[in-house]
Design a binder for this molecule. Structure first.
Ligand SMILES: [Zn+2]
Length: 63
């Protein structure tokens, strides 16, 4: 799938956040902050899917 540089940036920004939250959740596994982070990671993933589909819908270079 071919994507434009803007799309790559959107994705890498979200992936950075998801990685950070996931690593944190693993490191603190079993604690309340870990649960919060894991939940946040899910929210960020959902936002990423939404942002990407929004971008695909209006970007002339992608899709
Ligand atoms: Zn694009």
């Amino acid at each position: 799938m071919k994507t434009c540089p803007r799309m790559s940036r959107i994705r890498s920004d979200f992936e950075k956040d998801i990685r950070f939250l996931t690593v944190y959740a693993e490191r603190k596994a079993g604690t309340p902050p870990a649960k919060t982070s894991a939940k946040q990671a899910i929210t960020v993933k959902r936002n990423m899917a939404r942002a990407m589909s929004r971008h695909f819908a209006r970007c002339p270079e992608c899709g």
